[in-house]
Structures are given as structure tokens and as C-alpha cells.
Write a protein of this length. Structure first.
Length: 295
């Protein structure tokens, strides 16, 4: 069975061209040339990278599957279980990708655009799988999901998440917004505004964020991108810039503890307070401000 993502590519390109035309001829400019080329290059590069990493992932999953607890058949209920399990794994993978710099170094790519449009969905990491992000799914073959079906569920999730990268869809009916990840919920996830940072990690279902305390509603229009934007459209730099920064920080950090924190601590962590983590920034903003009395 081929990867179902391949069948989705014509749909991706068609809808992207529609949105691009609306941006070109309409009032609102969702696209810029440099940014779109960078996003598309990242997308193509990630497909090339996955040619290598998929084999490794599949081999590991197949090995683990030999130790499975039960056999989950791909009947309708098995398929629903599979999607639920995959979406749960995705939530934790994604949450960790924002909370540990080792995984953030790959995931930062997806957040590096200051635009928010369908091409942003294709702005994908080249180093995620190879650096071991698939380990978040390793429990699935052990439980009894067949490896090929896990890969299919991951592709389904990726395809689902494509259409939510748009500013053209406002809010959907309340029930939909309650259960599913929507353009509104995911715009928040791409916001660099302090209140939006590290929120709405959902893949398909937003219920995980509601359950685990990471949900926030879209109120103001988010400022898209990173707290510190990388300001480059060079795809190779986008792919490796954070890895370079990690190596530099580890090299310069005094002592083993600090070196370890620069890799496995949260993004923004620093031994000298020169950069802050999301939690530190939020705590800082909640401190009572000194007011000058009018005397
Ligand atoms: Zn993210
Ligand atoms: Zn996204």
C-alpha cells in the first residue's frame, strides 16, 4: 500500500493555488513569494528525508510488534481506536516538541513562518523522524496496532492538519470547535503572543488540550512566528539553524549540568538568564508592575 499522503498532494496544490489567487487579487495578503518558496522547499525536503527515516521507523515498529499484547483487527472499531491512539500520541509528541529543546530543534521549522496559510502546513522538519520523534508512537505496536496502519494513521493526521492552516475560515459551529482542531484553534498554536505560547497542541481532536490544560480560545488575531524570528528564507538554514544554536550553547556553557539543560531543558532556557523559557516569560509578566505614585 502506498502512502496516502501522495494521493493528497494534488488536493494540497489545488487548494493552495486557490488561496494564493485570493491573496493575489483580494485585499488580504496571506502570501509572500519568499515565504511560500521557503515553505514549499521545506515540504519537498521533508519528503526526501522521510524516504530514509520511514524505513528505520517501520523496522523499529515491526520489531516491537512481535512483542504485542493483543491483535487489534482493522475493523471499523479497530480503525477508530487506531485514530484515537495516534491522536493521543501526537498530542504528547507535539507537546514535548515545544517543551524540550532537543525536539524543538526539529519542530521550530514548522513555526518559523510569520505568515499563516496553506503553504505553512507544508513547512515541515527534515530532522524530526531521524532524531527519534517516532518513539512517542512506539507503544502503539506493543499494544497491538499493525505498523503499516500506524503509518497510515500518521498520514491521516498530517492530511487532516493541512486544511486548518488558513486565515480564510473564521470560527466553525460550536460543536465542531468543541471536539475538533480547527483553523481558529491552530492559529493560536502558531501565535508568538505570550498568552498563546505553548497552547493548543492538538492534531485532529482538540479534546486532549481541554483534558490536559493546554487549551486557549482565539480572541485577538495572533502574531504568527517565533518569539525570536529567524529571518531567513534559505531552506537549509531553516532546517538546521536551531541545531546549530544548540551545539553553540552546549560548547559555551559552563559545567555539565548547564550543557545538558541546553539540550534537554525547555527552549529558551539559559544559565545566565539571557533568554527565557515560556514559563519564565509568563511568570515575569504576571509579577505586579511597579507603579510610580504621582507625588
Ligand atoms: Zn507546534
Ligand atoms: Zn501548524
Amino acid at each position: 500500500m502506498g502512502d496516502i499522503t501522495n494521493y493528497a498532494i494534488p488536493f494540497f496544490l489545488f487548494t493552495l493555488l486557490v488561496e494564493l489567487s485570493i491573496s493575489l487579487y483580494g485585499k488580504r495578503k496571506f502570501y509572500t513569494t519568499n515565504d511560500t518558496f521557503a515553505s514549499l522547499s521545506m515540504g519537498i525536503g521533508s519528503i526526501v528525508a522521510s524516504l530514509f527515516s520511514k524505513g528505520i521507523k517501520f523496522t523499529v515498529f515491526t520489531f516491537l510488534y512481535t512483542y504485542r499484547i493483543v491483535d487489534i483487527p482493522m475493523l471499523w472499531w479497530g480503525f477508530i481506536l487506531l485514530l484515537l491512539a495516534d491522536d493521543f500520541a501526537y498530542y504528547w509528541f507535539h507537546r514535548m516538541s515545544h517543551r524540550m529543546r532537543y525536539f524543538w530543534a526539529s519542530h521550530v521549522v514548522h513555526h518559523s513562518s510569520q505568515k499563516y496559510n496553506l503553504s505553512t502546513a507544508l513547512r515541515q522538519t527534515w530532522t524530526g523522524e531521524i532524531s527519534g520523534s517516532f518513539m512517542f508512537y512506539a507503544w502503539m505496536p506493543l499494544v497491538g496496532f499493525e505498523p503499516i496502519w500506524i503509518l497510515t494513521a500518521q498520514s491521516t493526521s498530517l492530511i487532516y492538519q493541512y486544511w486548518i492552516h488558513t486565515e480564510m475560515i473564521g470560527k466553525l459551529p460550536r460543536r465542531v470547535e468543541f471536539i475538533f482542531n480547527t483553523p481558529s484553534h491552530h492559529r493560536v498554536h502558531h501565535g508568538s503572543d505570550l498568552k498563546y505560547l505553548d497552547m493548543n497542541y492538538a492534531g485532529i481532536l482538540i479534546i486532549w488540550d481541554r483534558m490536559f490544560g493546554t487549551f486557549i480560545k482565539e480572541t485577538d488575531t495572533p502574531r504568527y512566528g517565533l518569539v525570536q524570528n529567524i529571518n531567513t528564507y534559505n531552506p537549509v538554514r531553516i532546517a538546521f539553524i536551531e541545531w546549530g544554536a544548540v551545539i553553540k550553547d552546549v560548547w559555551r556553557a559552563p559545567g555539565l549540568y548547564n550543557k545538558i539543560q541546553y539540550v534537554f531543558g525547555p527552549p529558551g532556557w539559559s544559565h545566565d538568564g539571557s533568554t527565557l523559557t515560556t514559563d519564565e516569560m509568563k511568570a515575569e509578566s504576571e509579577k505586579p508592575h511597579k507603579t510610580t505614585s504621582p507625588t
